[in-house]
Design a protein around this ligand. Sequence first.
Ligand SMILES: [Zn+2]
Length: 203
Amino acid sequence: MTLTFTPPTARAVPEWIGANADTPVPPRVRVRVFDRKHGRCHICERSIRAGEKWTLEHLIALINWRATTEQPHGNRESNLTVTCDWCLPEKNAADVAQKSKAYATRAVIVFVASERRIRFDLPLPTGDSDKDEKAKRQKWRALLLCIKAKLEGVESKIETFEEAFLAHVVLPDGLTMLQHAKPAIEQAYKSGDMPPLLPGPKK
Ligand SMILES: [Zn+2]
């Protein structure tokens, strides 16, 4: 049996590991992760443009990390990745879906109507005290009332289904119309130019 030993190169930089799960990631590590990911969002694989907002995220969310003695938390460089601003709500929703229902912190409603997939996804108050639970139930009630009111508006021909729900229409890439349009609209207001509202297909 041959054992191969790879000596660490002089340029090898030790992995950054947070003192604990809440330790902020130092800027140099932030830059390192961005370079390692070639400046691309790990969800939509878009190259992040200069000046565009992005977030350093834990690939395995800290809430879902399986702690071991050697790796008690996931706040470490190898578990860090780059998420663009458009994809952030998706990542958060997926992490929360993975989390047990008892700790649910988002209200997510998905339904299909008028041949469109519609998604409402909003944060719920956190915590599990009686007061928090009451606030969560209140939020759910308000969400259902809001959807009901929109449907009533459509029924009464105040607006069309498309007008009432456009922002919440889910597109083939899993993002909502709002998530696609919001950065483009912000850009249009800043520059005065008309950008395409939806990006073209990936090459
Ligand atoms: Zn993205």
